[in-house]
Ligand binder design. Sequence first.
Ligand code: SF4
Length: 185
Amino acid sequence: MNTPGERQAPAGVCLGTIRITRVEPCLADPSEWRLYATPDADISETLPYLNAVLTGARYTHETRTLSFRRQGMLVTVMPREIRLALVPTLDAGRALLEWLRGTINDTYARRASIVPREGLQRLPSALELYKLLPRTNCARCGFGTCIAFALRLASGIGRLGECPLLQEVGFLKPRMALQMLLGEA
Ligand code: SF4
C-alpha cells in the first residue's frame, strides 16, 4: 500500500520515475560523479527478479541491496534509494537511471515467468576476463599488463573502453563476450 503523498505508478507498472536527489564528485576519481536518486515506489519486491535477469549482479537479501556494473558505472539499488558511482557525465548517469527504470518495469511485468534469485550471482574471475583480452601487454590502457587490467575489471573498477585494442573491429567478438560477462551488453 502506498503511504500518504506517495505517487501511484500507472497500473501494471512498478515504477513511474526515478528522481536524482544529490550529486557529488566521486571519492575515487574527482573527475567523475556519484549520483543519489529516489524511486517513486518501494522496489524491494522486484530486486530478486532483477538479480535473476542482470548478468553479474550481486543481491544481499538481508539488506535488500542489489549491485551491478553497467558501462563502467557502479550501480547500487535499494528499496528506496539508487546510487551510481564512477559516472563520467551527468547525462550518462541520467541515461543509466532511465534504462534502469525501464528494466525494473519490464522485469516487474515479466516476474511470473522469472525465477527470483536471492543470493550472489557468480562474478567473472580475473582469469576468465584475461583470456578474452588481446594479451599483448602493450600497456596502452595505462595498467602495464593485460592481467593487471583484468584484475581491475574483476574488481568492478575498470572499463572495457580503457583498452584501445578492444575497440578495434578485429576484437569485436571478445569485446562482446566481455560485455556479456560483465553485464554490460
Ligand atoms: S591496452 Fe589492452 S592489450 Fe594493451 S595491456 Fe592494456 S588490456 Fe592489454
